[in-house]
Each structure stands twice: as C-alpha cells, then as structure tokens.
Ligand binder design. Structure first.
Ligand SMILES: Cc1ncc(COP(=O)(O)O)c(C=O)c1O
Length: 378
C-alpha cells in the first residue's frame, strides 16, 4: 500500500469543475494582477480569521517581510522568535537588517515557551532591551502558541506582535483565530498548506487601518499615488488566479480541517490499541482548535531508522525540521552554539511527521500504525 505524505491530486478531483470554470473566466477577462478576485478573497479571509482587514500577498514569506517593514523593523532592531520553525520566519527578520533573538520551545507543543521567553528577556543587556522591537511567535504544525502570556510580555516591553500563522489558518487560541491576536497575522498559500493555492501566495491579516494602508502601499513598490514613492516597497502582489483558487478552496476548509482532526483522533486510538502510545509521544493537543497541518510524533531513539523503514514501506514521512535555526550555517555570526536551545535541538533529532491529509482512508491510517508496530517488534 502507498500512503503519501500529502495527496493533492485527490483533493483536486473533488473541486476540479469549479476551479476550471473560475479560471476560464479569468483567462477570458485577462485580468491577472490584483483586482476583484483578490479583493473578494481578502474580505473572505478577514471574515474567516475574524480581523478587520486582510491583504493578499505573493507568499507567506513576503507576508512576514512586508509586516516587518510596515512595523518599521530594520537594522539595529532585535526580534524575539523561536529557533524551531521553517527558515522563512528567521530569513525575513534577517532580510530587514534586524537581528533574530532565539528563545527555546515548549517540549509538548513545539511552540515558543512563554516562561523561557521571559528568561531570555531577563538575560538581555539594557542596550539590547532598548533595541527589542517585536516578537514573532510561530503557530507550528497548526496549533497556536500560548498567546496570553506572549501578549502580556509584548505589552510590558512595547513589542509589535507578528504572528507567523503560515501553518495555522483557522486554528484558535481561547476562541480567537490565529492571525487575529497580534498586530499582524501572516499566512501562506503554499500548495501543501491546509489552504493552498496552485503556486505561491499568502495573506496578511491586521486590525489597524494604519497598518493595512501601509501594507497596501508597500505591496506595490510603496507607490501612492501611482508613480509617486514616499517609501520603498516591492512587488508583493497576489495574482487573480491564485486568489480565485484559494477562494474556492476556502469554502471547503472547515470540512477538510474536520477530516484532519478526525484522522488525528483515529491515529491516537490506533496507537493506543497497538500499545505504542507510551513508546512514542503523540502530539500534545491543547483545548484550543488544532488544525493539524502536521501530525508529529516524537520517538526516543532510532528516529532515522524508523523513517527509512516507513519510506521503504511506501509511507511518506518528513522531518520538520532537522536543523534548528540557531544552528543554521547562515546564522553563525549570531554566535549561538549547540546546547543553547536544548528542546529545539532534541525535537530536531526525535520527531517525525506522519500523513494526516483529509482524504486518507481508514486502511491507510491502520497501515501506518501497523508498520510502526512492526518496526518496534523487530
Ligand atoms: C512557519 C512558516 N513560516 C513561513 C512560511 C513561508 O511561506 P511561503 O512558503 O508561502 O513563503 C512557511 C511555509 O512553508 C512556514 O511553514
């Protein structure tokens, strides 16, 4: 049996007619850049995330970058963030000229730990503290970071909050949607995300009128009015085709999310029945809405052997992420060392993502768990 990590063709089959009809209309109109399809999506996403505004952009990476630029983050500034994330979180901070300051993660959720965050701040010099301008929590794998204490810290030190919600559209923290809690919410429509385009795309959510107007100008080279530039922006525009496709998919998102949650529930049951729930750790799910962009298990030993065994058995698995950001070669001038972020470093060595996409069948889920059981009984 084959169980891919993700099966986008299966999803496409279910919405193909609608997509072809809509994209055909766009081909006929020859209206490809921004326009009504993008505006419609922005309204729908703002409503979905419960924010006043949303602005379509070219990718999740650009959503982060343009939010940092809007918040005037630049050279000399410091931004607190997690070492355990996709590169784009840290890459965007660095590209503004600001410096990322890492703070270790929580062992259960893999999200930034608020307790450690306070300790990180306490260890900073007066000068560094005066340069600290923002915090960028990541809602990893589809579950929100513990935002109440993060917001308290942000208020205490006057920090802008930029939520990296690239993996977390529709996830909730105490009833609040991801992207609606901080000053900016940054989402990715990369095809493998729960709400994916047919190419690159992203969106920024915000409640402030001032921020959305600045984001809008920066999205289009800082131009306002046309050909007059008071600020330097870039081409961060979302195109009409991607926006239209994402709009169609958005209608199905809650159904797909429900299936992902059900699959997570079935995994828990199957692992439990197989007696494996103590041998490996299953994802820690808090009471809030987890949307399972990923289903991550932790394995005390032989993670790489298990990965190879499952790959050979036709099961798609992945390591998110094998090298924490503070140990990436391109950030060596930040002077972090092995041992500085022990929880993130442990996660990089002991975690594995299993298939969790909505179209998985019961047989496929059983096959995955049976194969893991077989590995352990060897
Ligand atoms: C946590 C996180 N941040 C940022 C991004 C960047 O999004 P994109 O690939 O759309 O640029 C991703 C997507 O892979 C992500 O997972």
């Amino acid at each position: 049996m084959k169980v891919p990590l993700l099966d986008l063709k299966a999803q496409y089959k279910t919405i193909k007619k609608e997509i072809l009809k809509k994209t055909e209309e766009i081909y006929e109109s020859q209206y490809f850049i921004l326009g009504p399809n993008v505006t419609d999506l922005e309204k729908d996403i703002a409503a979905y995330c419960n924010t006043k505004h949303a602005l379509g952009v070219s990718s999740g990476t650009d959503a982060l970058l343009i939010s940092l630029l809007t918040a005037d983050i630049g050279p000399g500034d410091l931004v607190l963030t997690t070492p355990y994330t996709f590169f784009a979180t840290i890459g965007s901070i660095s590209r503004t000229g600001a410096t990322p300051v890492f703070s270790d993660i929580d062992k259960g959720t893999f999200n930034i730990s608020p307790e450690k965050l306070q300790k990180t701040i306490d260890s900073m010099s007066e000068t560094d503290l005066s340069n600290l301008k923002a915090i960028m929590p990541v809602h990893l794998y589809g579950q929100c970071a513990d935002m109440d204490p993060i917001c308290e810290i942000a208020e205490k030190y006057n920090l802008v909050i930029i939520e990296d919600a690239a993996q977390a559209i529709g996830s909730e923290y105490k009833g609040k949607r991801a992207g609606s809690i901080g000053d900016f919410g940054c989402f990715s429509f990369f095809p493998s995300k729960n709400l994916g385009a047919f190419g690159d795309g992203g969106i920024v959510t915000a409640n402030s009128d001032h921020n959305i107007e600045k984001l809008r100008k920066l999205r289009n080279h800082g131009s306002h009015p046309k050909y007059y530039h008071k600020m330097i922006g870039g081409n961060f525009r979302l195109d009409a085709l991607q926006a239209a496709i994402v709009s169609i998919k958005l209608k199905y998102l809650d159904t797909w999310t429900k299936s992902r949650q059900e699959n997570a529930g079935k995994y828990r049951e199957l692992f439990n029945n197989a007696g494996l729930d103590t041998a490996i750790s299953l994802p820690v799910e808090r009471e809030d809405r987890h949307i399972y962009n990923q289903f991550i298990i932790s394995i005390p030993s032989k993670r790489d052997e298990l990965r190879e065994f499952l790959t050979d058995a036709g099961i798609g698995v992945e390591i998110y992420y094998p090298v924490p950001m503070h140990l990436q070669e391109c950030f060596k001038e930040l002077n972090y060392e092995k041992g500085d972020m022990p929880v993130a470093e442990h996660a990089a060595l002991h975690t594995l993502a299993l298939p969790i996409y909505p179209e998985l069948t019961e047989d496929q889920l059983e096959y995955v768990v049976n194969k893991i059981k077989e590995f352990y009984s060897k």
